[in-house]
Design a protein around this ligand. Structure first.
Ligand SMILES: C[S@@+](CC[C@H](N)C(=O)[O-])C[C@H]1O[C@@H](n2cnc3c(N)ncnc32)[C@H](O)[C@@H]1O
Length: 285
């Protein structure tokens, strides 16, 4: 499929939740034409390898311990490379507009008069759960879902926990380390102690691990998972018993990531095994 990229334009592209083959056709076509690729920590290294060998590849991933560039510096980099006439792909895990700061980067580009386009991606908020066999909505079970951040550090941005406790399926990103407090708040605001909960780490990849339990008892096992993980709270979790379809050993399309280690799925309710950190910051080449 021919999708020509325009010089001097920044494409904010969603890389999908993990499995490289979940990136959109449009995103991949643009990535292959880019002169500059600016990418994050949760972008699978195999996708970065899809860029042209002559492309400038710039890693700007952030983690708690490690900040390569501040957000303002990333914005300035995108503006600068576009103004030099490059096709710039800004590659982000999941969808650029779901807790991805894609909106901020778009604002900076608009302010600088730099043309940009958004290429949506499959967000981990839904994609990781699909690979765990958990639909966010299901007729007769949940008719709505809410996606929130688990960051609780800003009291001014405290969630309306009473509303969340009765809003159907609740999906929490970036909440693993704080799940004890999150569970407490949900229980205090009316969630039943036996509300089903699952957490999916490294969803859609060969490293996928799922833990499952109930709100009053699963916190320690959720916290024991390392990031990245999506947590889901609600009755839809029980559908996993029938809809669980994915075995991590089928995660990697032949020839795509041949070097990846295969990690068996954890049995339901088992503690998470330690798995290799394929999502650790990749190094720019
Ligand atoms: C900064 S947010 C970015 C979300 C991203 N824009 C998206 O749409 O998926 C990072 C969080 O997304 C979640 N996440 C991203 N990829 C994941 C994956 N493959 N499996 C589980 N959770 C993931 C984790 O909660 C992680 O802490």
């Amino acid at each position: 499929m021919v999708i020509p990229a325009n010089p001097g334009t920044v494409y904010l592209v969603g890389a999908g939740p993990g499995d490289p083959s979940l990136m959109t056709v449009r995103g991949l076509a643009l990535l292959r034409q880019a002169g500059v690729v600016v990418y994050d920590r949760l972008v699978h290294p195999a996708l970065v390898e899809e860029a042209s060998p002559t492309a400038e590849r710039i890693y700007v991933g952030k983690s708690h311990a490690h900040h390569t560039l501040r957000q303002e510096e990333i914005n300035a980099l995108l503006v600068e490379r576009a103004q030099q006439g490059c096709v710039v792909v800004r590659l982000k895990g999941g969808d650029p507009f779901v807790f991805g700061r894609g909106g901020e980067e778009g604002q900076a580009l608009a302010q600088a008069g730099v043309p940009f386009e958004i290429v949506p991606g499959v967000s981990s908020a839904i994609g990781a759960l699909s690979y765990a066999g958990i639909p966010v909505t299901h007729r007769g079970v949940a008719s709505a879902f809410t996606v929130v951040t688990g960051h609780l550090s800003d009291p001014a941005a405290e969630h309306d926990w009473a509303a969340l406790a009765k809003a159907g399926t609740l999906v929490i990103l970036m909440g693993v380390g704080r799940f004890r407090e999150i569970a407490q708040r949900l229980l205090q605001h009316g969630c039943a102690p036996d509300t089903p909960v699952a957490a999916v780490r490294c969803g859609t990849t060969s490293d996928q691990v799922v833990v499952q339990g109930v709100l009053a008892g699963v916190a320690e096992r959720v916290i024991a998972l390392r990031t990245p993980a999506v947590i889901v709270v609600g009755e839809v979790v029980n559908l996993r018993a029938v809809l669980g379809w994915f075995s991590p050993e089928h995660a990697v399309p032949p020839g795509f990531l041949a070097e990846d280690r295969i990690v068996p799925a954890a049995p339901l309710g088992a503690p998470a095994p330690r798995v290799p950190a394929r999502f650790e910051p990749a190094v720019s080449s």
